[in-house]
Design a protein around this ligand. Structure first.
Ligand SMILES: [Fe+2]
Length: 346
């Protein structure tokens, strides 16, 4: 192992290192064992041993060591070739280069690998009986208008068949959560969000609604349809290489907050939507799929607040759901199990 003096010896180290040594002398270790894929002491052991001896942050070392273990096991299990490694490196390089402020290919990739949903499950575990969460997606904005329950949130010209959505927000005891705040956003009947309009003059198909004293709320809008995630970049090629498509099942996004309760980020899906079983980001969950009714009675349309002549195709889609939110205390108890597991591992 080189001493600090040896490290500064121009015969042993080049000038680039000597310049850096002015700031910090790195910790060095003797090389004690030979690693070999065919021997008992492998490159994996060597990396882990080095990290253990030099660790400056236990959590960082723990995470990277697990990554190394799984990555090395992956290479061994697949007998990864240099050519395949090169394909992966080129793919990741492309993902970086083709990411923009609107589309982050790495987040898309995380979504399409099921990692984003897994992270949500791990970080927001739900007690039994509570509404399951799913990812927020990229289309939540900060400018949704605050409107009273029972409002119309689609512009009169927005494409799509009319829909009436009503829901209750309750706790695990079945009590309505008065004043819960609901952020709702959805695509229109063309599968397009307002932020994707060529000209966006105002927010459309999105709103902030405060629940009534009994925890209920409702709104009128157009029925959202299925749409593709960005698929003209490397993630699109990744999906195609696996025989998968980029089309998300139709859905409405919800973000529900209430003091003392765990925030719920979720989405609901109509049972008639295609792609429920092949959703590219794995965000469809059975308990979030709803059976919609078709209201074909003009008198009933009027009672729901639709104006004369605005209903198209002779029907209004009627959608209802009962959200159940856990208290922070209830979530803390479930999280305790995850935290105990985490503490055992570090
Ligand atoms: Fe969405």
């Amino acid at each position: 192992m080189a001493s600090a003096a040896q490290m500064k010896d121009p015969l042993l180290v080049g000038k680039a290192i000597r310049a850096q040594l002015e700031n910090e002398i790195p910790r060095d270790l003797p090389l004690e064992k030979d690693f070999s894929e065919l021997g008992e002491y492998t490159i994996t052991d060597h990396v882990l041993e080095l990290h253990e001896k030099l660790s400056v942050n236990p959590r960082t070392t723990f995470i990277i060591d697990n990554l190394v273990k799984h990555l090395h096991a992956f290479a061994r299990e697949t007998m990864l070739t240099h050519s395949e490694w090169e394909t992966a490196i080129k793919f990741l390089t492309r993902a970086g280069k083709e990411s923009s402020q609107h589309v982050n290919e790495f987040i898309l990739l995380s979504d399409c690998l099921g990692l984003s949903v897994l992270l949500d499950e791990l970080n927001h575990p739900k007690p039994a009986g509570c509404t399951l969460g799913c990812e927020e997606g990229p289309f939540l904005t900060v400018d949704a208008p605050e409107v009273p329950s029972g409002s119309t949130i689609s512009h009169p010209d927005t494409t799509g068949e009319k829909m009436h959505f009503s829901a209750t927000i309750k706790n695990t005891k079945g009590e309505g959560i008065a004043g819960a705040k609901v952020e709702v956003w959805q695509a229109n009947g063309d599968g397009v969000y307002d932020v994707q309009y060529a000209v966006r003059e105002h927010p459309d198909d999105r709103a902030r609604i405060v629940a009534e004293p009994d925890g209920s709320f409702s709104y009128r809008a157009v029925l959202p349809t299925a749409y593709p995630i960005p698929s003209d970049g490397p993630t699109g090629d990744f999906l195609a290489a696996l025989g998968r498509h980029a089309h998300r099942a139709s859905h409405i996004h919800f973000l529900i907050t209430a003091p003392g309760y765990d925030t719920l980020t979720s989405a609901l899906y109509p049972s008639h939507s295609p792609f429920l079983g092949t959703d590219p980001v794995f965000a469809t969950k059975k308990s979030l799929i709803c059976e919609l009714k078709q209201d074909k009675d003009p008198k009933s349309w009027k009672e729901k607040g639709f104006k004369e002549g605005e209903v198209v195709n002779g029907r209004v889609w009627v959608w209802s759901y009962n959200f159940v939110l856990p208290t922070l205390q209830e979530v803390a108890e479930v999280k305790k199990i995850f935290n105990e597991r985490k503490e055992k591992q570090i």
